[in-house]
Ligand binder design. Sequence first.
Ligand SMILES: NC(=O)C1=CN([C@@H]2O[C@H](COP(=O)(O)OP(=O)(O)OC[C@H]3O[C@@H](n4cnc5c(N)ncnc54)[C@H](O)[C@@H]3O)[C@@H](O)[C@H]2O)C=CC1
Ligand SMILES: O=C(O)CCC(=O)C(=O)O
Length: 456
Amino acid sequence: MYGLELENENVRNYLNHLYETVIVRNPNEVEFHQAVREVFDSLVPVLVKHPTYIKHRVLDRLVEPERLITFRVPWVDDEGIVQVNRGYRVQFNSAIGPYKGGLRFHPSVNTSIIKFLGFEQIFKNSLTGQSIGAGKGGSDFDPKGKTNMEIMRFCQSFMTELSRFIGPDLDVPAGDIGVGAREIGYMFGQYKKIKGAYEAGVLTGKGINFGGSLGRKEATGYGTVYFVAEMLKENGKSFENKTVVVSGTGNVSIYAMEKAKAFGAKIVACSDSNGYIYDPDGINIETVKLLKEIENKRIKEYIHIHPTASYKEGCDGIWSIPCDIALPCATQNELNQQAAKLLIANGVIAVGEGANMPTTHDAMAEFLEHNVLFAPGKAANAGGVAVSSLEMAQNSSRTTWTLEKVDSKLQTIMKNIFKQCMEASVEYSVRGNLVAGANIVGFVKVADAMISQGVI
Ligand SMILES: NC(=O)C1=CN([C@@H]2O[C@H](COP(=O)(O)OP(=O)(O)OC[C@H]3O[C@@H](n4cnc5c(N)ncnc54)[C@H](O)[C@@H]3O)[C@@H](O)[C@H]2O)C=CC1
Ligand SMILES: O=C(O)CCC(=O)C(=O)O
């Protein structure tokens, strides 16, 4: 017993020291520090049991991206004025496959955001069971208020530079915040023009008529709900007749709402970056799709179509609405400790992260302490990148699968992820702690591959 405590302490010291090094080497990158801290916290028992990971300095290597590329993105707006943004691609880890991860266009994008997202992607992509490494990228470009032609010119300029660094067997970007099928289409067109070849597998999330996969658009949101459904089932519960609050009204949120509703839940609230709507009768998802996917309007317009609903400015208030299940699906650190306390006081039974790191460290601790079922983003939102990998498989074999086939594979993948996370939580004596389970399973596969491939 004493021996184990000593080993635990040695491992903790090693991790604390490494964490300090990460802070010193990556100053001011607070989101990246947060993502690293969460993973380190979970890995103590793994390193105690398998000191070989320390001997091979796997974590020391893992926290250092293989490559971080930044570049200038000049473009001309509709007034003929030259604008300049900054582009990023982090190629974090290629131990188990080509770099894979989305592109985010949002004014908040900086090195810290891109690195935290790329770091998360290592474990997430590993969890999918597919052969995909980890990358992430984007730009501080703000798509809000830009015309279609401005978006196209920006995407073309962005891809002109990015095209030097990507390829179907090298690095395969996709969408994220601010990047959907339209942007992927413009970037794909530019890549094709530059390369003079039709390399369908260079991007995923493409339009269905030029190599995109059926079911990719829905995959992240549906996958999140499939994962949460497994977590509820394990605890003798389900979505049936539950009240659900979902933040965001983007790609992930809309399809999480759609699947949760199909599973018998009532969605009472959703948001955008300006505010949130509350509809005690249940949100009409077709109206949300119309406003957001077709008309590109703010969510406050919803109340003009459904007068039973109300609208409030500001996004944080959404967590004060009583619900059984909360699905944060908008952005990082959108659910803080105060919000967690409110949700708990109002009787929340489960939280599923559709977004990447939407829950702050303190808020997550609050949920775990109060036995709220908690599905971490790395596991719960892995369905998107998993179906991206299925898109790559279809592109390589020049085939197109039916929606039923893709969705059935997605369900199997999400069930497997849940099962593995659960089993790891049991093996390492933290039964039901899926944060630890996800970090452990995601880590072990990549770590073993890194050791097998030598010091590179
Ligand atoms: N698109 C995908 O396949 C995947 C996305 N994710 C994550 O899911 C989250 C949402 O991504 P998407 O739905 O693709 O993006 P999106 O651009 O389609 O939608 C983002 C939504 O979040 C809202 N939002 C943005 N900033 C906000 C803020 N500061 N406060 C409140 N709301 C805000 C926007 O108004 C919008 O409704 C992100 O964290 C992303 O990294 C994770 C896995 C895959
Ligand atoms: O589909 C992909 O490649 C990436 C999805 C993504 O960016 C994510 O999982 O956060």
